[in-house]
Design a protein around this ligand. Structure first.
Ligand SMILES: Nc1nc2c(ncn2[C@@H]2O[C@H](COP(=O)(O)OP(=O)(O)OP(=O)(O)O)[C@@H](O)[C@H]2O)c(=O)[nH]1
Length: 334
């Protein structure tokens, strides 16, 4: 039995390059009063999952997929989770899928057209692409080996709506250039300029239908199950150890590391235990820009540091030695 369009549950795919603001927008969606019950499927690139701690505690159900990229290796997991959700359709009104920053959204979108059972009960409402105004040009202009996709470009090409975020980090001229490049790739998607992904949620949650005919114009093989090639030179290093860090050493080390290697380190993030701080220290970096904020109190939980770096030419041993070098001196016995 097929379901009419009006009864199908809408699905929003939230995509955008590493650090563009997807989790920031997701958290806004989960906190704002919109009356919708939303199920969230989250896919993260990185050896250690950090986002579970960064997504606010909401009543909504959040499903994690951390064993690979949603657009290829874990597509089976996506289909399985969607299957579980379809059996409990009365429990929510909307499904939101946050892809990794390196995903090609096209294979994720395909799922809703190629799998009959899914297509009969769910409908792709739209692909929303977050764009980092400060780093887009750098990502678009990166040299890629032959046959390797530029994910930042694919994400814009397939977008139904574009949230042009982090406009506070660029001047008017840079912003105009970013807009020009976006419109060269995709003339049809509405572009919403934002700071901290503050966008009218109606504009992103109620797009009204993914444009399949445009997707087919962009890629005539859109509905065929073709292989696509990730940029395998981008990898991740996850580091995890217990102990307390010295905040001054940490800031100095991170500052030096990211100013020297910030072109290659696309994204860094972590939950850290800092000496003298009862709360978790949440560290976020995008290329050379980084900041730290206070997270949840540790309470009785073991104080463990978890950090992930995503980028090129990552030197695991040096990163781990550097972070361990920030450990605070042992407290002398009384
Ligand atoms: N200056 C500035 N920073 C922002 C803005 N929006 C988000 N950020 C910060 O950018 C960093 C990355 O934001 P996230 O929302 O985690 O980005 P993401 O796309 O989910 O990142 P990944 O999933 O790791 O690729 C965080 O430190 C945010 O606080 C903005 O408009 N301006």
């Amino acid at each position: 039995m097929t379901t009419s369009i009006a009864e199908k549950v809408p699905v929003t795919v939230l995509t955008g390059f590493l650090g563009s603001g997807k989790t920031t927008l997701l958290n806004r969606i989960l906190t704002e009063q919109h009356g919708l019950r939303i199920a969230v499927i989250e896919n993260e690139f990185g050896e250690i999952g950090i986002d579970d701690a960064l997504v606010i505690d909401a009543e909504e159900e959040v499903f994690e997929m951390n064993n690979g990229c949603i657009c290829c290796t874990v597509r089976g997991d996506l289909i399985r989770i969607l299957g579980t959700l379809m059996r409990r359709k009365d429990k929510f009104d909307h499904i939101l899928i946050e892809t990794t920053g390196l995903a090609d959204p096209a294979p994720v979108a395909q799922t809703f057209f190629m799998d009959d059972e899914i297509g009969s009960q769910l409908r792709l409402d739209g692909i929303i692409t977050l764009v980092d105004a400060a780093h887009l040009l750098q990502h678009l202009d990166e040299e890629k080996s032959e046959g390797v996709e530029n994910e930042a470009l694919e994400q814009i090409a397939f977008a139904d709506r574009i949230v042009l975020n982090k406009t506070d980090l660029v001047d008017t001229e840079q912003l105009a250039e970013v807009r020009r490049r976006i419109s060269e790739i995709n003339r049809l998607a509405d572009v919403h300029e934002t700071v901290q992904a503050k966008v009218d949620l109606g504009a992103v949650l109620d797009v009204g239908g993914f444009d399949l005919s445009r997707a087919l114009d962009l890629d005539p093989a859109f509905l065929e199950d073709t292989e696509h090639q990730h940029d395998l030179t981008v990898t991740s290093v996850g580091i995890e150890f217990a102990g307390e860090l010295d905040i001054e050493r940490l800031n100095e080390w991170l500052g030096e590391l990211l100013s020297a290697k910030g072109v290659d380190i696309f994204r860094s993030k972590g939950i850290l235990a800092v000496r003298g701080m009862p709360e978790r220290y949440v560290f976020q970096g995008v290329h050379m820009l980084f900041d730290g904020t206070q997270g949840e109190p540790w309470g009785e939980a073991e104080r463990v540091n978890r950090v992930v770096f995503i980028g090129r030419h990552l030197d695991r041993a040096a990163l781990e030695a550097g972070l361990r070098g920030c450990l605070a001196a042992p407290v002398p016995a009384a």
